[in-house]
Design a protein around this ligand. Structure first.
Ligand SMILES: [Zn+2]
Length: 336
């Protein structure tokens, strides 16, 4: 596809939901550009880690598009390998952030696996869209994926729902599909792809019972879902990343009638704040904080997600600790 007439330009950083008009099956496409760059560029990640982080970010946006409650959805994978953890979060179905934590940096600088990622946005040979685990998932080792949903409004606001699935040797998409089978019993399939330029993904899901529109027999529903999954499974990583939504769906499901909803915007956005960072100070011993201030003049804390820097001086520290011990904010007596 030539870059100057790139039709994907209008589909940057967005989610597109679609519905199979004659079936009880829905889907979502996600394309992450600047939203992905914000996460990717926060740290200098080795390529396999970067790729898994991109997939995780995309998967989180896709999952957030189908959960019933509005709030924050977090997907975190932790393992015992050189890659300790990968985490992505989606707030209000639109605001994304993510991070990876490496346990053994050296493991990524030597023994690069030949089946590496695509260069300059080329086809992702052996990529996740072909279904196998990536180097990133291998680097996690024996791991677990935790999916947490925190509703923002309603009776259950702030209360976390959590689901945990194993991730041993499977791809991220497979592990997340396992979550839906295990906890929701809703047939769901995911395809994910990411490189330095773009992260993209597709989700296909049988409509939950309460949303079903047709009175189809169970075997019919299973057969339909199986057929659509097979068609969807022919997608390549490069198609997922590079084709405009409409074109991709026509190519995969040309015999089906689909309705495509209006695109929803996705963006990189961090939820850190001076206030929240201040809370972190509360957990640290006062004498340690005072010592840092004595040596450095102030305390600087940098957000790992977005690199925002927060500074606290002696007055802040005294106020935080006075609050913590129930004395209310101190006046100004700590000055100088
Ligand atoms: Zn931040």
């Amino acid at each position: 596809m030539s870059d100057d007439t790139d039709p994907t330009h209008s589909e940057r950083d967005c989610l597109q939901r679609f519905m199979f008009e004659q079936l009880d099956i829905r889907g979502t496409l996600a394309h992450l550009d600047d939203a992905w760059a914000g996460v990717r560029d926060a740290q200098d990640y080795p390529e396999p880690v970067q790729r898994l982080l991109g997939e995780m970010l995309t998967a989180t946006a896709l999952l957030a598009s189908i959960v019933k409650v509005k709030g924050t959805l977090t997907v975190q994978a932790t393992g015992d390998g050189p890659l300790a953890a990968v985490m992505a979060e989606c707030r209000d179905r639109s605001q994304l952030r993510g991070i990876a934590r490496i346990r053994d940096e050296a493991a990524f600088t030597t023994d690069r696996v030949a089946n590496g990622g695509p260069a300059n946005g080329g086809p992702a040979k052996g990529g996740p869209a072909e279904g196998g685990p990536t180097e990133g998932t291998t680097a996690l080792g024996k791991g677990l994926i935790t999916i947490t949903i925190r509703p923002e409004f309603g009776d259950r606001a702030g209360e976390a729902y959590q689901g945990i699935v194993p991730m041993d040797g499977s791809s991220l998409a497979e592990a997340l599909e396992g979550y839906f089978v295990q906890s929701e019993q809703i047939p769901t399939r995911l395809w994910l792809a990411a490189d330095a330029g773009r992260a993209a993904g597709m989700l296909i899901q049988a409509l939950p019972q309460e949303l079903a529109r047709f009175d189809h027999a169970e075997h019919q529903r299973e057969e339909d879902f199986g057929r659509i999954s097979l068609l969807a499974g022919t997608v390549s990583a490069s198609e997922l990343k590079d084709l405009p939504g409409q074109q991709l769906l026509s190519r995969l499901f040309f015999e089906e009638t689909l309705s495509l909803q209006r695109a929803e915007h996705l963006e990189f956005s961090c939820s850190c704040s001076h206030e929240r960072t201040r809370e972190a100070l509360r957990a640290m011993p006062l004498d340690e904080l005072e010592q840092i201030i004595e040596e450095d003049g102030d305390i600087r804390m940098t957000c790992q997600f977005c690199h925002a820097e927060y500074r606290f001086d002696g007055i802040d520290v005294a106020a935080v600790h006075a609050q913590a011990s129930g004395q209310g904010p101190s006046g100004g007596e700590q000055l100088h």
